[in-house]
Design a binder for this molecule. Structure first.
Ligand code: AMP
Length: 487
């Protein structure tokens, strides 16, 4: 094993997570992979002083003690369902087929047992090679997974690197020169660097494909097949997807061996901790409705979803004009701009992020209080992923959708998927009534509901301020440049 180093890891301290219910303190035990003799300067992240806190709720999963210490540092005390189900089997070397959304703790469900596996033996890593390869669809997600490996592996001698497009390749190539334990990558840049012989994946022992359905949506299927074709046949593979269409199943079958199948929540079920509602509003009044919500109700971190990049930019400008400072994040922004916007949002300056769906899955920001769907998404599953940005890991959140006449069919598709009607904050137009309440009023399932002739439903025909009586009065209304330092 090469000398310990932080590899490409940045010098930022690990992100503090929510739920800081620290596990019981124990006297220091030097364990499997622990860094008892490692100089402080070489550790990946600052380690809190005092006796180590062990996440005792994880003790029965068979993880190395240094991982329990990291979990104690994170303030995790109990494994999430996917962690309880997956970790013991992955520790045993089993392939995994996981159906899980972000927000369920799935990153730790694969990162922890894989770090454990890597600690079991520590062969010397050859230049440009990695032992674990994680493929993720977006740069943001790749960066977050990388950060998670750094946090969970902070008491282990892990070298890690992350590579993605949109930024120069020089640093990434340099990070890979000596080889790393963990490489997290997006497919395009990975293939690029492999083609230039700057990365070599022939030594991969553990392979993770995260958000496979998203990868397929984004057209990465050929790239992934190419990558998988270069991997050694003898490896452990973990495959994660939020949804399981037939295409994903056959894709998974082609690369997994006798996998354990783990499903956390029924397909496309949003977190129960998110209170969901809809406001029916004419298109022309969406902007003022949004501004009202931001001024009078939506406190804390808010993500506003726009369907298009252009729309996101315009909305950001409009909010700024209205004195509501917001950042925008979408695929046309440079990597540096995206990182800046995300970092600013994480520090709640500004507390409003206008995002397109590229950001829907990848953003792991604790404490997103509100998700506002300014536009309803085309795919109903995307709704579930969007609102999953709040209500993470058991926290409560609020999702409000602004629905105009042209979006009724999208709302109906979402409600079909959820198998329930969203709470309406104002009068629900007849065309948006569920089949049970209005038989004969709409065509059969699958037809373009909402393409109803005649005048628009009442709810859209007059300006109605959203009823926000069910929301707690906002003691910290903010309008003009907000002088918020809270976080
Ligand atoms: P993920 O599904 O991997 O995106 O994780 C969602 C969020 O849950 C992240 O912010 C994690 O830090 C957090 N998390 C993961 N596992 C736990 C746990 N066992 N206890 C508390 N928080 C957790």
């Amino acid at each position: 094993m090469n000398a310990p180093s932080s590899g490409s890891s940045s010098s930022r301290p690990p992100k503090r997570r929510f739920r800081k219910k620290f596990a019981g303190k124990r006297p220091h035990q030097s364990g499997h992979g622990a860094l008892a003799d490692q100089p402080a300067a070489e550790q990946q992240a600052p380690v809190p002083s005092g006796p180590p806190k062990l996440a005792e709720g994880f003790a029965h999963l068979g993880l190395a003690e240094c991982l329990l210490r990291s979990l104690g540092d994170e303030g995790y005390d109990t494994p999430t369902p996917i962690q309880s189900k997956a970790i013991p089997h992955v520790v045993q070397g089993r392939d995994l087929f996981g159906c899980a959304q972000t927000g369920t703790g799935k990153t730790a469900a694969f990162a922890l047992p894989l770090i454990h596996r890597m600690l079991e033996n520590r062969p010397e890593i050859k230049p440009r090679r990695c032992r674990t390869l994680v493929l993720a669809p977006t740069r943001e997600l790749a960066a977050q997974i990388h950060e998670s490996f750094r946090s969970y592996g902070r008491h282990a001698r892990l070298r890690t690197a992350v590579i993605y497009g949109g930024v120069g390749q020089h640093k990434q190539a340099r990070d890979m020169m000596k080889g790393v334990d963990v490489l997290v990558a997006t497919p395009g840049r990975l293939l690029d660097l492999i083609g230039q012989r700057l990365v070599d994946i022939r030594g991969v022992e553990f392979f993770v494909l995260d958000e496979a359905d998203r990868m397929l949506d984004m057209g990465f299927i050929h790239d992934i097949r190419k990558v998988v074709g270069m991997l050694p046949a003898e490896r452990q593979t973990l495959f994660f997807s939020a949804t399981l269409p037939a295409e994903i199943r056959s894709f998974a079958e082609s690369m997994l061996r006798d996998p354990l199948e783990v499903k956390t929540t029924p397909q496309a079920t949003p977190a129960e901790t998110v209170a969901q509602s809809v406001i029916f509003v004419p298109k022309a009044e969406k902007k003022t409705t949004l501004i009202d919500l931001l001024r009078n109700e939506a406190n804390g971190r808010v993500i506003v979803f726009s369907r298009t990049k252009h729309g996101a930019d315009k909305l950001q400008r409009d909010l700024t004009k209205a004195g509501l400072v917001a950042a925008a994040i979408h695929g046309d922004k440079s990597q540096a701009q995206r990182e800046r916007a995300l970092a600013a949002f994480k520090s709640t300056r500004p507390p409003v992020l206008v995002a397109t769906d590229i950001a829907a899955r990848g953003i792991d920001v604790d404490d997103v209080a509100y998700v506002i769907n300014y536009d309803l998404p085309i795919e109903p599953e995307t709704y579930v992923h969007r609102i999953g940005r709040s209500g993470r890991a058991g926290q409560s959140g609020t999702a409000i959708s602004l629905c105009d006449t042209e979006e009724l069919s999208k709302l109906i598709a979402i409600e079909r998927l959820l198998k329930r009607e969203l709470t309406s904050r104002n009068q629900r137009p007849a065309a948006a009534s569920p089949p049970a309440r209005g038989p004969g009023r709409r065509g059969p399932p699958g037809q373009a509901n909402g393409k109803r002739r005649g005048p628009p439903p009442r709810a859209f025909s007059r300006s109605k301020k959203p009823r926000t009586a069910d929301a707690a009065p906002n003691p910290h209304r903010w309008s003009k440049p907000r002088n918020s330092t809270s976080n």
